[in-house]
Design a protein around this ligand. Structure first.
Ligand code: AMP
Length: 192
């Protein structure tokens, strides 16, 4: 779709890897599975959205995560004469989320995700795309996943109603495999 993929979690992990001020500020929150303060997160996203490559459209992944972030995003986008077109709600059971996250391996170099059982790489520990090293996120442990889900239900789930009322929500059944869910997302977006 020619959209720039902006994933806030990836931006924080990248900053942490590079030991920047932003990464150091985000570290403790990420390790605990809680949200990085809004002020830091919103500034980071708006800087990224203002970059020239974002001009023709972006897909935001992992943002906004609470109503404060929604408000700040809407306000900032309005100042740029832009707005959110659609919000894709990929619905997956808690049990399946736990299974996906605890079996997840990610390429340290290009961030491509794998799953130990559902979508393993051709060579164990190596990325099919770039040959990079695969690793498990430190917050993908059962204990931290449970904390992240608590945070999700308390702070992020209310956004579903918010975007439904705004007529922007596209609900997609996320229980299938990667290809099936991808197809459903593309179909939902093309129907609008
Ligand atoms: P994710 O890769 O989306 O699972 O995010 C990993 C971690 O980064 C989260 O548990 C938070 O600590 C932090 N994070 C990512 N996105 C946000 C956000 N929109 N607001 C606050 N913290 C975030």
């Amino acid at each position: 779709m020619n959209l720039v993929h902006i994933a806030t979690g990836d931006l924080f992990r990248q900053a942490l890897e590079q030991r920047t001020e932003l990464g150091i500020q985000a570290k403790d929150y990420m390790e605990k599975g809680t949200l990085v303060p809004d002020e830091i997160t919103i500034r980071m996203v708006m800087e990224r959205i203002s970059a020239p490559d974002s001009e023709t459209g972006v897909i935001l992944d992992g943002f906004p995560r609470n109503l404060e972030q929604v408000k700040a995003l809407d306000k900032n986008l309005a100042e740029m004469a832009k707005e959110i077109d659609k919000v894709v709600y990929i619905k997956v059971s808690e049990e399946e989320l736990l299974n996906r996250l605890s079996g997840r391996w990610i390429c340290r170099n290009c961030q491509t995700p794998y799953h130990a059982v559902n979508s393993p790489p051709a060579v164990q520990g190596k990325c099919d795309e770039c040959g990079g090293e695969l690793y498990q996120r430190p917050d993908d442990t059962v204990e931290t996943i449970k904390k992240r889900l608590q945070v999700y239900f308390a702070q992020t789930a209310p956004l579903i109603d918010h975007y439904a009322q705004a007529g922007k929500l596209l609900e997609v059944d996320g229980e299938g495999n990667v290809d099936e869910v991808s197809r459903k997302i593309v179909t939902a977006l093309s129907r609008g």
